[in-house]
Design a protein around this ligand. Sequence first.
Ligand SMILES: Cc1ncc(C[n+]2csc(CCOP(=O)(O)OP(=O)(O)O)c2C)c(N)n1
Ligand SMILES: [Mg+2]
Length: 294
Amino acid sequence: MTTTAHAGAVHRDRRLAAVDEFAYRLRHNVLDMGQEQGQGYVGQALGAADILATVYAEHLRFRADDPDWAGRDRFLLSTGHYAIGLYAALAEAGIVPRDELLTYGSDDSRLPMSGMSTYTPGMEISGGSLGHGLPIAVGMALGLRHQDSQARVFNFLSDGELDEGSTWEAAMSAHHHQLGNLIAMVDINALQADGPTAGVLSTEPVHDKWTACGWRTYRVDGNDTGALLGAFDEAAAGAAVRGAPAVVLCDTRVGKGVPLLETREKAHFMRIDEHEWQICRDQLTAGYDLEDAR
Ligand SMILES: Cc1ncc(C[n+]2csc(CCOP(=O)(O)OP(=O)(O)O)c2C)c(N)n1
Ligand SMILES: [Mg+2]
């Protein structure tokens, strides 16, 4: 290996370690918040933790002490029910104080169970009515370009949102307007409220559909941080004020990192018994230590 190649490999290892650490802490935050309510969308947040960690630790430009900084990249959470995952990431990013996470879902908290932009710093939109995130992202990306901004728009969607016609209208218009400042990601956890995605509405071949809409498309194992980092690096490297938008399709596992929850039957909205939370924490920690030892 040449010296330059060696330096590059060391740099990549460091970045990967930062993402893994971020994701691990994020997952613990999710368990802490989930326990406060005893239930919630814990499985999705654990599954999407590696995606959120990759974006927040390595790609998103923001100022933790000034969440409304005009030059920030916008992170749009379409799926309001994933808010618990975003709060966990915002705490690791330094935008929300970690102590505040324990107010999750309680009266007067800035961290309601479904994401509200007026309540939470770093929450750009009030998602939750599925299929609206990408259309809003298109408008924002257009608006930023009109303002000569270099900021990019990141939009997080779920696989259930691919059932929505508005998502595909937005996908086509992003290409039409050549929104190269738009990077979307889809959490393909193969699950929806009514059951497995494949049974509710078959949306495959998803890769081909985005490509046909004119997007630069990447599909990766969404729980493999090396693959995620590579895909987001490429997506971001090709980003431009004008050009093809990019999407990273991420196949994830609900409950990832906590075997007890990975195999849960009712996974969309999980009820977790009081005695199980510590088991979840122990399993998460054991899995991380094992990875570390390899
Ligand atoms: C427009 C709209 N229709 C229906 C719902 C009700 N709903 C809430 S979550 C959800 C499941 C959507 O699929 P996905 O986000 O993939 O589910 P998950 O992976 O979290 O189980 C649905 C249908 C909604 N929030 N918005
Ligand atoms: Mg889903």
